[in-house]
Write a protein that binds this ligand. Structure first.
Ligand code: PHE
Length: 469
């Protein structure tokens, strides 16, 4: 396929950083630790890693291959095969849109905690937990921070993603890594921290149910930015000379190592502080300030840098989510970039306001039994992304020619992909069946069953009108 006319990543490093920038985000540092805590620790981690290796890596290779082969973003890539498939791309856009209905709220929390690090939060370590609850339940403060967070997107997307954000990513991503190591080392110094490690690495299988598998699978998709077309789009910018499987392996390894490191950094301290593993969404916002509170002045500084890095990690991810929506409106609906960006952000802001308020002021308002924040979170990560990944596997395994895939993954036969047959069988047979089973048993054992069924209904409805999308 011709490469003319489409921009490509200038360097391999640039591409890896962009893909890793999308993957490494709140999912790794904010969400992974608290999900691990809520799902029983070690057993969840084992299942999570299983999902990453078996499903995540193969899907990432598949998404890169589809993107580079078609040279199109998600919706176009599906549509170029048949309009019956358009809905699968649109489902991805909808996922991005709904994720952006709560992600920026948490991004705003991270920003707020940069400032709070300096303004006395750390001086009363025992009050840090309550302070978090009061902060996110406040009707105004978190919304203002979310607006600031979103405003930055307008500036970045307006100026072009590459310069500022890439540079910040190149410096702050490694810094984040170093900081997590510092947090981990510091965490080990507290008495009682050993319990945290055994909680993480000694699996207790008794707590595992269908729900655990669904949570692990959903988190794998969320954390790796899969199942919603993001990596198809990024794949379309990859140079024809790059080896796709090798690059996918690098991105997956980076993402998983940051998640595990976040777990190792947070759990020993958490146990040492006598907190509950199931501390929920506040985990990182409570453990990190508490940990640094014991270090005096330098602790304030460390805490601030930690939240700056978290904020940048979130930003590089949410920019990619926004871009999926904007690219769709531009490519398929012929909107210009400015209108598409502003309109999308405006609607996202409304969703985020509802999400933020649902943690306090309007906590009584429920959709399918949950508040807005959880509604957007559960709908995307427990259903849309997993089904999106399953559709992609079916699309690639059953509706693309095997020779074409082989050609794409071996760069026209110039490089080897020794595991091609294995990869192909996994994508064609194992993943669709596995996701089907996990979805079935997960939905059967989860409390929010009506919400799940609602999600499936939306997907079916999209499929029915696919040709009109
Ligand atoms: N992977 C990102 C994170 O872990 C979130 C994300 C999901 C980004 C899907 C893009 C697409 O924070």
């Amino acid at each position: 396929m011709a490469q003319t006319g489409r921009e490509h990543w200038a360097t391999r490093f640039g591409f890896i950083m962009a893909a890793a920038g999308s993957a490494v985000g709140l999912g790794n540092i904010w969400r992974f630790p608290y999900l691990t805590g809520a799902n029983g620790g070690g057993a969840f981690i084992v299942i999570y890693i299983g999902c990453v290796v078996l499903v995540g890596l193969s899907i990432m290779i598949a998404e890169f291959a589809v993107g580079r082969r078609t040279q199109l973003a998600a919706v176009g890539a599906y549509k170029s095969q048949s309009r019956k498939w358009t809905f699968a791309g649109v489902l991805g856009v909808l996922s991005a849109f709904f994720i952006m209905g709560f992600y920026p709220v948490v991004g705003g929390w991270a920003m707020a905690y940069i400032v709070k690090s300096f303004t006395g939060l750390l001086s009363a370590p025992d009050a840090i937990g309550d302070a978090f609850g009061a902060f996110i339940g406040d009707p105004l403060q978190p919304i203002i921070w979310m607006l600031v967070y979103m405003a930055i997107h307008i500036v970045i997307v307006g100026r072009g993603v590459s310069k500022g954000i890439e540079l910040a990513g190149k410096i702050l991503m490694p810094l984040l890594y170093v900081l997590l190591i510092i947090v981990a080392v510091k965490g080990f110094t507290f008495p009682g921290s050993g319990k945290g490690l055994s909680y993480l690495f000694v699996p207790d299988w008794s707590a595992v149910t269908g729900k655990t598998f669904l949570a692990a699978l959903g988190q794998a998709f969320f954390s790796l930015s899969l199942g919603m077309g993001c990596m198809i789009t990024y794949g379309s910018y990859i140079n024809k000379r790059e080896r796709l499987p090798g690059n996918a392996l690098i991105v997956v390894s980076m993402d998983t190592s940051v998640a595990l490191l976040a777990g190792v950094a947070l759990f020993p301290a958490l146990f040492a502080f006598g907190m509950k593993p199931a501390a929920g969404p506040g985990l990182v916002f409570v453990v990190v300030p508490k940990l640094f509170a014991h270090m005096g002045g330098i602790g304030v500084f460390f805490s601030a840098i930690f939240f700056i890095s978290l904020f940048i990690a979130a930003l590089t991810s949410s920019v990619s989510l926004l871009e999926v929506c904007v690219a769709y409106l531009m490519d398929e609906k012929k909107w210009n970039r400015k209108t598409a960006t502003n309109a999308t952000i405006l609607v996202m802001v409304v969703l985020c306001i509802l999400s933020s308020l649902s943690l306090g002021t309007i906590s009584g308002v429920k959709l399918f039994g949950v508040g807005f924040f959880d509604f957007f979170d559960i709908l995307t990560d427990k259903i849309f992304l997993a089904i999106g990944g399953m559709l992609l596997a079916i699309f690639v395994g059953w509706f693309n020619k095997k020779e074409d895939l082989k050609d794409e993954l071996t760069n026209g036969g110039t490089v080897q992909f020794k595991l091609f047959e294995l990869w192909y069988a996994v994508v064609k047979y194992v993943i669709p069946i596995l996701i089907g089973l996990v979805a079935f048993f997960g939905i059967a054992s989860i409390e929010q069953r009506s919400l799940m069924l609602f999600g499936l209904f939306i997907i079916a409805a999209l499929a029915a009108v696919s040709k009109k999308l």
